[in-house]
Design a protein. Structure first.
Length: 273
């Protein structure tokens, strides 16, 4: 009889533990609150998920079949976002972690674009409750940018030669560099620059790298510029003061009236609306 009673209690404890686990998991998915994984664990999980896309290409070689990785992280509160950014944009940024893992596996990472955005609520189709990862292959025959309504970015060319003297942009990612279609040593297309400084059009344009910088639209409509490892650097001039955009760093949020300096080329931010 005592054994039966113990069995009943044991089943009750298991049921209680199961219910508690499910409730805690649901709360974590909704709020990102207690029970959510630590930011460093999230970074490791993202790198592992991207690495699963590595595939054999023959003769002992492996490759990564995509040239864009888009990451969205759940940050329901400013505090949660700050904790994530401390790791994602820290001394060992998530972009570097991903490219390092792929390069170590023997993959060609030249031209790989990794963008990070934050959302206050998770979507039902996310790959994980606290983050989503999209691996995409974009070429000249496809639309290179994902667009969404509102929060447009206006840019005007101050120095250098491009196809247009001004741009009214409504895109989540804006690539900037010298030349339009950028290929690797094997002739494979790795990037299409939306703002393309004309190749061979003078000394100013020559200071712009082919993969110079990109601007991303974040949740809430802010725009952030990143340097993509350019040879002569990227800077944001605001009220007469220059702010260097660190290579592969966390970027700088743009404001209306800013000037973007790419080598010796210059763009002015005319509007953010």
């Amino acid at each position: 009889m005592l054994k039966k009673i113990n069995d009943v209690f044991e089943k009750a404890r298991r049921l209680e533990a199961t219910i508690a686990e499910r409730v805690e998991g649901a709360a974590t998915r909704v709020t990102g609150g207690p029970g959510a994984r630590e930011p460093l664990d999230t970074a490791h999980a993202i790198v592992d998920l991207v690495a699963r896309e590595i595939q054999a290409t023959g003769r002992g070689h492996r490759g990564f079949p995509f040239n864009q990785v888009r990451i969205t992280l759940l940050a329901p509160t400013p505090r949660a976002k700050a904790r994530l950014q401390a790791v994602i944009d820290g001394p060992d940024p998530l972009r570097d972690r991903i490219t390092s893992r792929l390069a170590t596996a023997g993959c060609d990472v030249d031209g790989l674009m990794v963008t990070v955005a934050y959302a206050t609520k998770a979507k039902a189709d996310w790959v994980q409750p606290d983050f989503d990862v999209e691996c995409l292959r974009v070429d000249a025959r496809e639309v290179p940018l994902v667009t969404s309504p509102g929060h447009r970015l206006g840019l005007r060319v101050l120095a250098g030669e491009t196809v247009s003297a001004s741009y009214d942009l409504d895109a989540d990612t804006v690539t900037i560099g010298r030349g339009t279609e950028i290929a690797d040593d094997r002739g494979r297309l790795i990037r299409v620059n939306l703002i393309a400084f004309t190749d061979g059009a003078g000394d100013i344009n020559a200071t712009v790298s082919r993969l110079h910088a990109h601007v991303t639209r974040e949740v809430g409509g802010t725009w952030r510029i990143f340097d993509d490892g350019s040879a002569q650097g990227t800077m944001v001039v605001r009220q007469g003061r220059g702010h260097v955009v660190s290579q592969w760093g966390r970027g700088i949020v743009l404001r209306s009236g800013d000037e973007i300096v790419l080598g010796r080329a210059r763009l002015s931010v005319t509007a953010i609306a």
